[in-house]
Design a protein around this ligand. Structure first.
Ligand code: C2E
Ligand code: MG
Ligand code: MG
Ligand code: MG
Length: 288
């Protein structure tokens, strides 16, 4: 009873202490996770899964997107967690270049297996604030004898995109080299229209949130339709991400959306599984 009384009397302080120790453990968890992430990048144990992009009209495969994966003590850490950690700790460019190298290896492996498709890599805005990323990326492509037109860059619009005057020329020079550049999660970020008008992008990826509400919400359908029009106006590739149901795919097809990606077609998978998946898929739908 005495203890309980103390607890009640000191509730505020206790809550504060609890908060403080929680915070402390968060900080040390972050520090531990960060040092593990640094190790994983150093040991190149970050790996990729790839997810196909599909032409919604012909059903053919148009390419893949590579997604970074990290396993720590047999558990997967969600990309949203470790990408943010990498972005806020200055590790992101190393991580993204490691992913680029794994993608170069994947393209080689797939080409040998007779299934050659472009693969997209995700780049974070900090990558594009200096020349290093671009130079090293082209070194990797050189080393693996990969044509830049087999690589696509997906950039998420973040606050860092406000440094537009720095990023846009980088993107433009990559486009000149033959790479494609899409604005990821399009419709949710910053400065999207400036990018389009300055021709620092060749494509738009309609954010998953609009696709998921597509068949239920008229407003979301209007947003999707607007992005599709925007794409046609500016002659951009448009792809819908996060397609999960046949109804969503059907609606997008009716709206003349050229391509799509999502669990409906395939989940992200290992490169070996993707090779098998492509062979099976191409038996059913002709290669485009
Ligand atoms: P993103 O680039 O927009 O990638 C799409 C995310 O949606 C991926 O999540 C993918 O697994 C997931 N997804 C695909 N189809 C569906 C679907 O039908 N339904 C649902 N609910 N989700 C679907 P993931 O792999 O967890 O990656 C999350 C984010 O982390 C990515 O979003 C990207 O912004 C970032 N990311 C992943 N890999 C890298 C990387 O190598 N470098 C950088 N800078 N960012 C990365
Ligand atoms: Mg992406
Ligand atoms: Mg996206
Ligand atoms: Mg995203």
């Amino acid at each position: 009873l005495a203890e309980g009384t103390v607890l009640i009397a000191n509730r505020q302080k206790l809550n504060y202490l609890r908060f403080e120790s929680h915070m402390e453990s968060d900080i040390s968890t972050r520090a531990k996770l960060l040092s593990e992430l640094r190790n994983a990048i150093h040991q190149q144990s970050i790996f990729i899964e790839i997810q196909p992009k599909i032409n919604l009209h012909s059903g053919s495969i148009t390419g893949f997107e590579a997604l970074a994966r990290w396993e720590l003590n047999n558990e997967r850490i969600p990309p949203d967690t470790f990408i943010l950690l990498a972005e806020t700790s200055g590790l992101i460019t190393k991580l993204d270049l490691l992913v680029a190298e794994k993608v170069a290896q994947a393209i080689q492996k797939m080409t040998k297996a007779g299934v050659s498709y472009p693969i997209a890599i995700n780049a974070s805005a900090p990558d594009l604030l200096h020349n290093d990323y671009r130079h090293k990326l082209f070194e990797i492509l050189d080393e693996y004898h990969i044509n830049p037109n087999q690589i696509e860059l997906e950039i998420t619009e973040t606050k860092a995109m406000r440094d537009y005057h720095v990023i846009a020329p980088q993107l433009r020079s990559m486009i000149e080299m033959g790479m494609k550049v899409s604005l990821d999660d399009f419709g949710t970020g910053y400065s999207s229209l400036a990018y389009i008008t300055d021709l620092a992008a060749t494509g738009l990826k309609i954010d998953r949130s609009f696709i998921q509400k597509l068949t239920q919400s008229e407003a979301d359908e209007k947003v999707v339709d607007m992005i599709l029009h925007l794409g046609r106006f500016f002659d951009l590739d448009v792809i819908a991400e996060g397609i999960e149901t046949p109804e969503q795919a059907e609606r997008l097809k009716q709206m003349n959306c050229p391509s799509g990606q999502g669990y409906l077609f395939a989940r992200p998978m290992s490169v070996d599984s993707a090779i098998q998946w492509v062979k099976l898929h191409n038996k059913q739908a002709p290669k485009g």
